[in-house]
Ligand binder design. Structure first.
Ligand code: G3H
Ligand code: 13P
Ligand code: ZN
Length: 297
């Protein structure tokens, strides 16, 4: 994974990091990687591990992965004991998200995880800065962006393998009330100061209107959703040093829309494999398109 990141940095492309919470989502991720013959990262949050069980997740991942180029990653790790456990259980990489703490505390916790994980060749992603709440207010709150000088100091002090930066994205389906915007100037400043560090973009779902419409058409109620424009994602990973693009919301919307559609159109069906299968297939299609946008072909 380290080699792939270094190559992504050199050749300017990104790996998709997609969250899963069950076998269907995991298979959709693996199948998209197989179909595109391109590496992907399968991410689990602490909440997802609580839902699935840690051992169950690792066992399912190892069994389902087979020869696919898919890596298992802990997303937004906050509990140091849990992070160490995932390292011990064979995760390929872990994120320590101590971004809500002071710079010093963030450095301290990140260093502790780096020291532990590197002994087992597990990569460590850290985060500096705070993801925006509402994009329109980002400009007024400059402090939420990652400070480029702090980023340089942080990477030197912690020796983390990749760094998640705050440049205007936020988690969830409601990222912007107007046009989507990312602060590419700050991104440029960061990559000038730490050119050898792969950067990570969280909150990078594009919230495709097609799936929001489908969800709403079949009984959902998601209005005013707005994600990051795909052209900005393209720019971030092909013209800048963003080497990992995180997406969870898009998969959730897509899966739910496909299941709603299937159940509405087939009211007599109560075989889980039918409607969960429809969700799995549609998420795979979505991810194939995403991988083609972010990756190198
Ligand atoms: O960035 C966080 C992911 O979207 C995971 O969310 O904690 O609800 O599983 P979750
Ligand atoms: P989205 O909510 O944009 O999908 O972001 C997911 C994410 O950053 C997971 O770490
Ligand atoms: Zn995130």
């Amino acid at each position: 994974m380290k080699k792939i990141f270094q190559n992504a940095l050199k050749e300017k492309y990104a790996l998709g990091a997609f969250n899963f919470v069950n076998l269907e989502m995991l298979k959709a991720i693996i199948n998209a990687s197989l179909e595109t013959d391109f590496p992907v990262i399968a991410s689990v949050s602490e909440g997802a591990l609580k839902y699935m069980g840690i051992e169950e997740t690792v066992g399912m991942f190892k069994a389902a992965k087979k020869n696919a180029k898919v890596f298992l990653h802990l997303d937004h790790g906050k509990n140091l004991e849990l992070i160490k456990r995932t390292v011990d259980l064979g995760f390929d990489s872990v994120m320590i998200d101590a971004s809500s703490f002071s710079f010093e505390e963030n450095v301290k916790q990140t260093k502790e995880v780096v020291n532990y994980a590197h002994k087992k060749d597990v990569l460590v992603e850290a985060e500096l800065g705070t993801l925006a709440g509402i994009e329109d207010e980002v400009k007024a709150e400059k402090n939420i962006y990652t400070d480029p000088n702090e980023a340089k100091k942080f990477v030197e002090l912690t020796n983390c393998d990749s760094l998640a930066v705050a440049i205007g994205t936020s988690h969830g389906a409601y990222k912007f009330s107007g046009d989507s915007k990312l602060n590419m100037e700050i991104l440029s400043e960061i990559e000038t100061l730490i050119p050898n560090t792969p950067l990570v973009l969280h909150g990078a779902s594009s919230v495709p209107q097609k799936y929001v419409d489908l969800l709403n058409k079949f009984g959902g109620n998601v209005t005013g959703a707005k994600g990051v424009d795909e052209s900005l994602l393209f720019e971030a990973c092909h013209k800048h040093n963003i080497c990992k693009i995180n997406s969870d919301t898009d998969l959730r919307i897509c899966f739910t829309a496909a299941v709603r559609k299937y159940l509405t159109e087939n009211p007599e069906v109560f075989d889980l494999r039918k409607y969960l299968g429809a969700g799995k297939e549609e998420v795979k299609n979505l991810l194939v398109e995403k991988i083609k946008l972010l990756g190198k072909f």
